[in-house]
Design a protein around this ligand. Structure first.
Ligand code: NAD
Ligand code: ZN
Ligand code: ZN
Length: 351
């Protein structure tokens, strides 16, 4: 079969022929119907090197995946060949308290979980291939009616990650609250839709690119702002000067974190999702009183079930450009040169 593989750090991935995977006991092979291109792939192919994460190439890219069950390993029950499924991407040890609660993204025993990778497309083979080996049937969520693998794939990361970040801040997102989304790409445009679908907060979107701000407005943003002089004042002005209750940073540079802290309200949340590697100085007088600053990583399996329901009900409508496996490297180029809008989804098997 064909597979887009990262063969070594700091290199471009290559499309190669590899053997078809065979499911062992408890495992499932899926025929991939959609594999989203995430900016994290760009970070890992451009910036990562030995020791940054506890796994190394070679592996097949693609960590937001959906498709159809192709072959069941011995002992797998509850799934049928041909059934459409989404892959919950973070793969933990499966036995610790967090994993048992579906929070494999925060597995208590990452050393056990990470042998030999952190998930499909992240050390282990991912979905930018004709077939994908899923090492345990528990990582699969059947697709609800109304959702096909192309639409479902981005929901497993570009949807799930902001869903988790928004969900944990729900108590602060009361109807007169303001949420700020910084970076309106694959994750950010779905963050805007999630805020609109699940809260009555005012939504402000920030991006450097006019086409991303147009997508933010289509997705439900009340105000769109380009960063730079005056951006913080413009955002504060729509909050009546109080500041934003929740800021979600999908970039994570020094500049975006500084903007986030500058517009945040006392007792607010500043949530760092983007991994551009910036930092923010937190000291007694440098941020608003009782501002909570945190990172988040992906989301839980129960949250993925909820995100897929939002998708099936039409409340989440990812803007998707589909591309063939042969075009996958173009997807990353578009993301890098700033011409991608929404999410690009690689479609190895159209049906
Ligand atoms: P993307 O490339 O689709 O979108 C990024 C957006 O940010 C683009 O629209 C871009 O124009 C905008 N942007 C860039 N610099 C900006 C700036 N200074 N100010 C405002 N906007 C700016 O990326 P994506 O796939 O949505 O991923 C976003 C980030 O989230 C990446 O860093 C990715 O690695 C990270 N990520 C984190 C998790 C997690 O679990 N924490 C999961 C997935 C992705
Ligand atoms: Zn990702
Ligand atoms: Zn675990």
């Amino acid at each position: 079969m064909r597979a887009l593989r990262l063969l070594e750090w700091k290199s471009d991935p290559v499309l190669v022929e590899v053997d078809d995977p065979v499911p062992g006991p408890g495992q499932v092979v899926i025929r991939v119907g959609g594999a989203g291109a995430c900016h994290s792939d760009l970070h890992l192919m451009r910036e990562f090197g030995p020791g940054v994460v506890p796994w190394d190439p070679p592996f097949t890219l693609g960590h937001e995946n959906a498709g159809w069950v192709q072959e069941l390993g011995a002992g797998v029950t509850g799934l049928e060949v041909g059934q459409p499924v989404a892959v919950h991407g973070p793969w933990g040890c499966g036995t610790c308290a967090r994993c048992r609660a579906g929070m494999e993204n925060y597995c208590d025993d990452p050393a056990a979980a990470l042998k030999p990778g952190g998930g499909g497309g992240l050390g282990l083979d991912g979905g930018m291939a004709d077939l994908m080996l899923v090492p345990d049937a528990r990582h699969l969520v059947p697709l609800p009616d109304g959702l096909d693998p192309v639409a479902a794939a981005p929901l497993t990361d570009a949807g799930l990650t902001p869903y988790h970040a928004v969900r944990r801040s729900w108590p602060k997102l009361v109807p007169d609250a303001t949420a700020v989304v910084i970076g309106v790409g694959g994750l950010g445009h779905l963050a805007v839709q999630i805020l609109q679908a699940t809260t009555a907060a005012r939504i402000v979107a920030v991006d450097t690119r006019p086409e991303a701000l147009a997508l933010a407005a289509e997705s439900g943003a009340d105000l769109t702002v380009q960063p730079g002089d005056g951006a913080a004042a413009d955002i504060r002005a729509v909050t009546g000067g109080q500041g934003a209750d929740v800021v979600l940073d999908f970039v994570g540079s020094d500049d975006t974190l500084a903007l986030g802290a500058a517009v945040a309200r006392t007792v607010g949340d500043l949530t760092l999702v983007g991994i551009a590697g910036g930092s923010l100085r937190v000291s007694f007088f440098s941020v608003p009183y009782e501002l909570s600053v945190q990172t988040t990583y992906w989301g839980s399996r129960p949250e993925l079930v909820e995100v897929l329901q939002l998708g099936a009900r039409g409340l989440l409508r990812p803007t998707i450009t589909t591309m063939s496996l042969e075009q996958a490297t173009d997807a990353y180029r578009h993301m890098e040169d700033g011409t991608a809008v929404g999410r690009q989804v690689i479609v190895p098997n159209p049906s």
